[in-house]
Design a binder for this molecule. Structure first.
Ligand code: SF4
Length: 173
């Protein structure tokens, strides 16, 4: 969804957003329940994920990928890759199996004291810490609308606002 501002090649070479330190576990991918159900058993990708199953927000079920058990050291800087990251090819998930959150990263929809905002995660090595003109234009010309629409039916993607995340658009559901 961000291919106009973020090339597939640079994402494939980087993979920063697909590896997680302990302090980044709040960012691990969230899956619609039926997709997590499929991916937690033998599937076409040949990779079975461990999920924290059946959480709900506003009655909508979702599941979080569990990576907590994969750390091998006590080093807070240790990163563990997402279960569905192939070191050579990148994300192995296709179509709707890939979490919406992952498709819009480094954008996030966040709740700032009851106000919904679309904000930039300032740590993406390719985009940088401030939203450029092209990214702002992309959000304002339709992508923002798409994110708000998805959040209406999948409210679990709305994260609590984090200080330091530049706000691109303020909206409502
Ligand atoms: S699901 Fe795919 S895009 Fe999302 S973190 Fe895992 S490997 Fe990366």
């Amino acid at each position: 969804m961000l291919s106009k501002v973020l090339s597939k090649n640079s994402c494939a070479a980087c993979k920063f957003c697909c590896s997680f330190r302990r302090k980044s576990l709040w960012e691990t991918p969230l899956f619609p329940h039926e997709i997590a159900e499929k991916l937690s058993h033998e599937n076409e990708y040949g990779m079975v994920g461990e999920f924290r199953m059946s959480q709900t927000v506003q009655g909508v079920r979702f599941d979080r990928l569990v990576l907590e058990n994969n750390y091998r050291t006590d080093d807070p800087e240790e990163e563990v890759p997402c279960t569905f990251l192939d070191p050579q090819k990148g994300c192995i998930l296709k179509g709707d199996d890939k979490p919406f959150d992952c498709s819009i990263w480094p954008l996030r929809i966040m709740d700032r004291n009851g106000e919904l905002v679309i904000a930039l995660t300032p740590t993406c090595p390719s985009i940088g810490s401030t939203p450029g003109e092209n990214l702002v234009e992309l959000v304002k010309s339709g992508l923002g609308e798409k994110i708000y629409e998805y959040a209406k039916t999948h409210p679990y993607i709305i994260k609590e606002y984090h200080e330091g995340f530049p706000i691109i658009e303020i909206g409502s559901l």
